[in-house]
Write a protein that binds this ligand. Sequence first.
Ligand code: NDP
Length: 344
Amino acid sequence: GKVLVSGANGYIAMWTVKILLERGYRVRGTVRSADKGKFMSDYFAKLGYAEAFEFAIVEDIVKEGAFDEVVKDVDAIEHMASPFHFNVSDPQEFFKPAIQGTVGILKSAVKNATRVKRIVITSSCASVLTPGLSVPKVFSENDWNEASPKEVEELGSKSPGASIYRASKTLAEKAAWEFYNQHKSQVQWDLAVINPPFVFGPAIHDVTSLKSLNTSLQSWYDVVVSDSPKTKEVLGQTIPWVDVRDTALAHVLAIEKEAAGGERIITTSGSTIWQEWLDAANSLNPNPLPSHKLAIGLPEISQGEKVYLISYDKSKEERLLGIKFNTIVETTKATLEDFARRGW
Ligand code: NDP
């Protein structure tokens, strides 16, 4: 079969394309410019997939009908393109591509996709959680982040970037389900949604410098590798997480598993505090990133009982996808090795 992947040059999407190709799918990836497409073609040609991979340029996913052509001959769609950073103050800068991009690809599928059986959308745990809790809570797929859209509605361009991002993901996912429910009687496909928390692990997308790292891996670098101050507040912060390779696999399984249809699925390895990542890095001998003396942090805060303010119910993922997730140590090792290969 052939799979369309939007935002194909991104951190999670590149791994998703790679796993799809390894499993025998043909892939059409959409990117915003030819140079981003060329990076992908070159990368996958080197792995022997020159025939199986192609890219298409979709310059502006907000534009009406942007995906009309590219959905035509594919069997499944992975919609992954969406802005993810916190340096934003105008909510529309995120809401437009997140919401209109998502609804737009579904509209194009209604209009032109005659072969599509499953559409998978990359949402986020940002659409599930309630930010700023002071007592621990276990969230599940039944939960929705009602707080961030409300906050952004009230604060407008004074909203924190993180709230704008979370609201964009929540509103985009809601819009997807609403659109699907309105159109399901007239289409031959169904919808599945993947909700990952913080995604960490090695990068295969085009990272030209530390500054151009994608947002989640940037946070990981800042805490685990850079010499930023390691305060108790930072190191004790709850970080629910998942390895990027497992996230990608979840997207592939979500098109393969019949039972994933109609479901939003939280895909997480579990919750951590940042200190556990320093512990993991320091447990590796030899240090995979010899250019850096890794900080020890405050090992006492990860001893004994830890408080995770946010954790996620994994039972739906276990039932529907059953991924064997990478451990903290495995992901840390692979990530530091990746940084070392880049000469960082
Ligand atoms: P990246 O920043 O690496 O990838 C984002 C992708 O979306 C890129 O292809 C980017 O294209 C594209 N994109 C961004 N803004 C726009 C826009 N305005 N119009 C069109 N395309 C756009 O991030 P990730 O791989 O981490 O994110 C991929 C998806 O996963 C997103 O939907 C994100 O919300 C979601 N997610 C990520 C998590 C994480 O921790 N990384 C956690 C949960 C969900 P370009 O390169 O041209 O900018």
